[in-house]
Ligand binder design. Structure first.
Ligand code: DAH
Length: 339
């Protein structure tokens, strides 16, 4: 049997099919010639019948044929075939490509990434909890009394009898205590909801990052040191901040951390309620009742917690004057965060 004649006829047949190739038929052509049961494979199958000494040379002829057909097929696929006889232009592969539009990371995610980085370096891991929550996790276990005003429908969205949209990420504290074994060192980012009227300062939805540390002999000094470090890392070494004594049902003692925003323009007055300071987080030593509710023995373990508003923090970092920008989806605002 003459393999050389076989090669010549396959090559001829391929050229004929390629000439009259219709759009979308290239795959059929590939299967017929180069597929597992195609014509080239059939030629390879005949190799075995040749005398041993002739096989290497015949094999390399067949390989060359295969490569040649593959190249011709590849050229039709990328549309880079030679100009046809009707005078169609070849593609100029040296032309610059079309610009690809580049998106921006939403500032809330941008800030969240930076906050995670800072706390990761301090040994905190990230822990998530639910947005729809029972009264127990959002309030009861956090030592809110039954008549606490935050439990009022005016402040909290209720989605069912005993279900609320969480009003803060502090609910994750209890889930973490139930599911992790101390020592615990987590941050819990997420979306929270409040039944508030929308203004430049407040919104019905925003984001918080909760922090929780439970260990032996944890102190208020460690809490202050950790947060002071965070402020320096996040805002820079020369930012002015202050701790102010405060009250939360779930911490004792409690404090708030303020950052100095400035008091020069009318907007500064509006944003800081005339003080020049903007509160970014609440914090304190975890109340023994909260540890108990989370199944942790307050005689063995102590802890501290903090919760900060992400939009608040972003506003400070970039001088954004209206919290509504974060939710409006206005591209003129969002494009400024393209990196
Ligand atoms: N959950 C509080 C809020 O939404 C913030 C907060 C204050 C969280 C003190 C804490 C904390 O963990 O210890 O206003």
């Amino acid at each position: 049997m003459d393999l050389t004649a076989g090669i010549a006829s396959v090559r001829e047949e391929f050229a004929r099919r390629l000439q009259s190739l219709q759009e979308g038929d290239a795959e059929r052509l590939r299967i017929d010639f180069l597929g597992r049961k195609g014509l080239v494979a059939a030629l390879f199958a005949q190799l075995g019948q040749l005398p041993k000494d002739d096989r290497p040379q015949a094999g390399s002829l067949l390989n060359a044929l295969k490569q040649e057909l593959e190249e011709q097929l590849g050229a039709t696929r990328t549309g880079a075939a030679a100009p046809d006889s009707a005078g169609g232009a070849a593609v100029d592969v040296t032309l610059p490509g079309d610009p690809v539009p580049v998106g921006a990371i939403h500032p809330v995610n941008l800030v969240l990434g930076q906050i995670k980085d800072i706390f990761n370096r301090l040994g905190f891991s990230v822990y998530y909890g639910p947005e729809v929550e029972t009264d127990f996790y959002n309030f009861g276990a956090l030592n809110f009394q039954d008549d606490h005003p935050a439990r009022d429908m005016q402040d909290t969205f209720y989605t069912g009898d005993n279900l609320t949209l969480r009003t803060h990420t502090s609910n994750v504290q209890i889930h973490a205590m139930e599911n992790l074994k101390p020592p615990i060192r987590i941050i819990a980012p997420g979306r929270v909801f409040r039944n508030e009227s929308i203004s430049a300062r407040s919104h019905c939805q925003f984001h918080q990052v909760e922090g929780l540390v439970i260990d032996r002999n944890v102190s208020m000094a460690e809490l202050k040191g950790t947060l002071a470090h965070f402020v320096r890392e996040f805002f820079g070494a020369d930012v002015k901040s202050r701790f102010r004594a405060s009250y939360f049902p779930f911490t004792e003692p409690s404090a708030e951390l303020d950052i100095y925003w400035g008091l020069e323009s009318e907007a500064d007055y509006r944003i800081t309620k005339g003080t020049g300071w903007l509160e970014i987080l609440g914090c304190g030593m975890v109340h023994p009742n909260v540890l108990k509710a989370g199944g942790i023995d307050p005689h063995k373990w102590t802890g501290y917690a903090f919760g900060m508003g992400i939009e608040r923090t972003s506003m400070l970092k970039w001088g954004v004057e209206d919290i509504r920008h974060f939710f409006d989806g206005d591209l003129r605002f969002l494009r400024q965060f393209r990196s």
